[in-house]
Design a protein around this ligand. Structure first.
Ligand SMILES: [Zn+2]
Length: 74
């Protein structure tokens, strides 16, 4: 059985969906019993979504398009 410390250490692996199937089971079991970790996982998921979003926004092509628009407006 995983403890909370192991859960937090595995956090990013879990979010990436790269944890092996066997540890996934114990993660799921822990999350169903531990409010603290399930909240932590939700926050981690949210954070990684926001990070992905900002990566898309910082996409070079998008920046160029934005700059291009700005130039046109001048
Ligand atoms: Zn826990």
């Amino acid at each position: 059985m995983l403890n909370c410390k192991q859960m937090s250490e595995m956090g990013s692996i879990i979010i990436d969906g790269q944890e092996p199937w066997r540890s996934k089971m114990s993660v799921m079991m822990h999350l169903s019993m531990c409010k603290r970790c399930s909240r932590y996982m939700q926050q981690l998921k949210l954070t990684s979504q926001v990070l992905q979003q900002s990566r898309i926004e910082a996409d070079e092509a998008e920046i160029e398009r934005t700059l291009g628009r700005l130039t046109r407006w001048e």
